[in-house]
Design a protein around this ligand. Sequence first.
Ligand SMILES: [Zn+2]
Length: 570
Amino acid sequence: MIRLAFSKLLVVIILTTFSQIIKCQTTGFYNPIALPPSISGSFGEIRSDHFHSGVDFRTNGKTGFRVYSSEKGYVSRIKVSAVGFGKTVYIDHPNGFTTVYAHLDGFSKKIAQYVENAQYSLRSFEVELFPEKNEILIEKGEIIGFSGNSGSSGGPHLHYEIRYTSSQIPMAPLKHFENWKNTDTSAPTLNKVYIYQIDSINYLIDSTERKSLKFNKNRNNYQVVDTIKAYGRIGLGIESYDYVNENSNRCGFSEISLKVNDKITYKLSLDSFAFAETKYVNSIIDYGAKILTNEEVVQLWVDDNNKFSGLNIDKSKGFITIENNKVYNISIDIEDHAGNTANLKMIIKGFNVQKKEISTISSKSTLLEFNKEHKISAKGYEIIIPKDALYRNLYFSHSMDSTNKKQPIYRIHNPKTPIHKRFTLRIEPNSFYYKYINKLYIGYINGKGIEFVDSKNTSGSIEASCSKFGSYTLLVDTIPPQIKPINISNKKNLLSESKINFQLIDETGINTYAGYIDNDWVLFEWDPKNEMLTHVLDKTRIKPNSWHTLKIEVSDKLNNKSEFSCDFFW
Ligand SMILES: [Zn+2]
């Protein structure tokens, strides 16, 4: 009898569990895109100056796939931007989550109408709208737009996020989808292993030496070939990728942990993080290697001013201090978002060598403490580094190179050193430049050319807020933007056209643009990556089968202006 009761209980338990699974499936999130599960970017992946805040669903290199709402709710925010996420919809759901759909090509009819009304009333292509709660209601699985490549997107895809509505903190989203379960069965791949010799001086001048380590692979287990001989303070670095399935791109890992003699000393988890802390990525990776060789090496130690919430460390902060003749068993675990793991093992033996510190500190550099503001004045320029901008204390150097007397170059420390907050650079123009005082800007000299930095004239000096160290110079822009008509000319019959296109070209970048048909403002969409300004002809806005006037006004970042006008028939 007891036996029977037990088996009955078991049936009840099985049934309950089963119904919970069913329930889970029906309450699971609806796929935002109706394509086989495939991503080209994972959550937390290392990107330039940030961790990726969502997943990138592949769209077969094409735009225009229907995008569906994952849950019922209401549209809480819509953003149209020429850069960044491009056209984006945010939906708040009753379950406490917000889903985000970015780089869209366009919106569903009811959202598009709402956006266009706002664009015409604000006379702006770029808008950020916060509809009232329940103003635009959305059903689970409702089409909210179409996948695209808008904003700063590098190719057609859907960028998708799940955030906690209350904090807007994003999380790894794929676990919310039934059809993603069991699609990722391969463990992360280890690409490179480095050992860094962190001598006190090298570390302070940011020229730490590193050595690549050879390793063997046996399935998901890696072993460094030789016993490593080391001394003093060292750190380890690894480069690792994850492939979600056979048609996925190279994606990122979810967690890395370092064990020294069976004790975890460092752990990095990328399951969720706040947008305000995403720039810490530059202190987590070997930033110099990223800049120089585009490697994405995670340094398994933590700088003093790195406050990223996904880090868990003991008092060693991930550094390993190697003592003579002692043996250190190192084990590194790498996990992906589906829980697949890889492991690396190595043995380090203390080997005392009397090595002189080779690096010396230049007499021109000064030690800056990260937790203080620094004002550095020199002849012709000034630098202000705010408190907590540096990731750690370091010897800072700067100089003015006047080889080209007309156009000096300002070398502000080292492009390999990351910075968390922007610093102010103020340059006094020399007599040659002074006559252009209202057309001057600061440019950042990178390997390929010069990047425009938003600059202003403050009582005779040119000031810019700069996000990276390296070489800067002053430049003049007096040349107005070029407006190149693509499919329109004066007196042209446009009856066979649905759009009007212009190419806008400018050295510093387009600041404002406006188009008028028959003297009324009309919506022109601006796509800076393709330098394309587009108006979709609309018979509800202008009278069809008649003559019209068109005027285009464009200005660049230094307020140089251009105009174009013509008549056309449509
Ligand atoms: Zn993305």
